[in-house]
Design a protein around this ligand. Structure first.
Ligand code: GLU
Length: 334
């Protein structure tokens, strides 16, 4: 009798194990999807944007496992060369999402700067993030106070693939400056440039980036570098003639050497994807970010003022992806 009971319990347990195993084998692989988000250098703000998005996606996944609202998306946000690299890789299908400057989003979608960024009509916007002033950071003893003073100096124009490389070239064109006007025009990445400045290997670098950030503070707080004003006639003309530029202020006290407000022109960081990425993936990613916006804001000081109304309206020249639009309509924002 006891033996019989033991056998029955064993049989029931075995069936249960098989059922559970079959359920997992059938469910898990088909439900998990991997997405990759292109960012920028590890000391910049894009890297934080991409990883903050992944964090919210994984948070929703964890909560969904207990509430039954599963999305099965796994996310990674590796460091990359920056804006134009990200757009190019999204066009290739190598990345699903990316962070990109609003000027390069505009040019990629409209096909207006094919030599600088991939011409990509299927580019879609998801939301805009933080403002990114274009900054020229100069060594403490460099004597550089304006664009004109860069002549004959060692200037880092940035790595190909970065947004700042393109924006630096726009400024060079506007001023009629050639690379040969600099003593050298280096192509260091955003991660290398502050160390090079502090080590005396370059005199200045140009960087389009959110405020404040670790990379710039390495140079300002670390070795007394300063950010110069860029608010003359040339910059005024750029801002007046191009919808994606606006003047921006880096407030006094932002860094140790910012002893007065700095005015320069800049763009917005935007989160983009491709029309080929499925509606449900974009919907889930968008939802994860906006349902957890307070947590998202807390991850970087440059995100402090993020407001959904501006994020879905400002600086988006490519059409909003239908997956994102679906969420915005559900919220009554569109
Ligand atoms: N704006 C830069 C770029 O497009 C990246 C800035 C950052 O990493 O935060 O390459």
């Amino acid at each position: 009798m006891t033996k019989k009971l033991t056998y029955s319990i064993l049989a029931v347990a075995l069936v249960a194990v098989v059922v559970v195993a079959v359920f997992f084998i059938a469910e898990t692989p088909s439900k998990s999807r991997f997405i990759a988000i292109g960012t920028g250098g590890p000391t910049g703000v894009y890297f934080v944007v991409g990883n903050a998005v992944c964090r919210m996606v994984h948070k929703e996944a964890a909560e969904g496992r207990s509430s039954g609202r599963k999305h099965g998306i796994r996310c990674s946000a590796p460091s990359t060369g920056g804006s134009t690299y990200n757009i190019g890789q999204i066009a290739e299908g190598e990345l699903d999402f990316g962070v990109a400057q609003s000027d390069w989003q505009y040019h990629a979608y409209n096909g207006t700067a094919p030599e600088k960024v991939t011409d990509f009509k299927k580019l879609r916007s998801v939301f805009s993030v933080h403002p990114e002033p274009y900054q020229i950071i100069v060594g403490t003893d460099s004597g550089i106070e304006s664009w004109g003073d860069l002549k004959g100096k060692r200037f880092n124009i940035g790595n190909p693939g970065s947004g700042q490389r393109g924006t630096t070239e726009v400024l060079m064109d506007a001023y009629g400056t050639k690379a040969s006007d600099f003593a050298i025009a280096t192509e260091l990445t955003s991660t290398e440039q502050s160390k090079a400045l502090c080590d005396g290997k370059i005199d200045a670098y140009g960087y389009t980036v959110g405020v404040p950030n670790a990379g710039v503070s390495m140079a300002t707080d670390g070795c007394g570098a300063k950010i110069i004003n860029l608010k003359g006639d040339i910059e005024k003309r750029l801002v007046e003639s191009r919808s994606y530029y606006a003047f921006a202020t880096i407030p006094r006290g932002t860094y140790k050497t910012t002893d007065s407000d700095v005015t320069t022109f800049g763009v917005m960081a935007t989160f983009v994807t491709s029309a080929d990425v499925s509606e449900d993936v974009v919907y889930e990613v968008t939802r994860a970010v906006f349902e957890n916006l307070d947590d998202f804001r807390a991850l970087h000081p440059a995100f402090a003022n993020l407001d959904p109304k501006n994020m879905i309206r400002n600086a988006l020249s490519a059409p909003i992806h239908p997956g994102a639009a679906k969420y915005y309509k559900e919220k009554g924002w569109m």
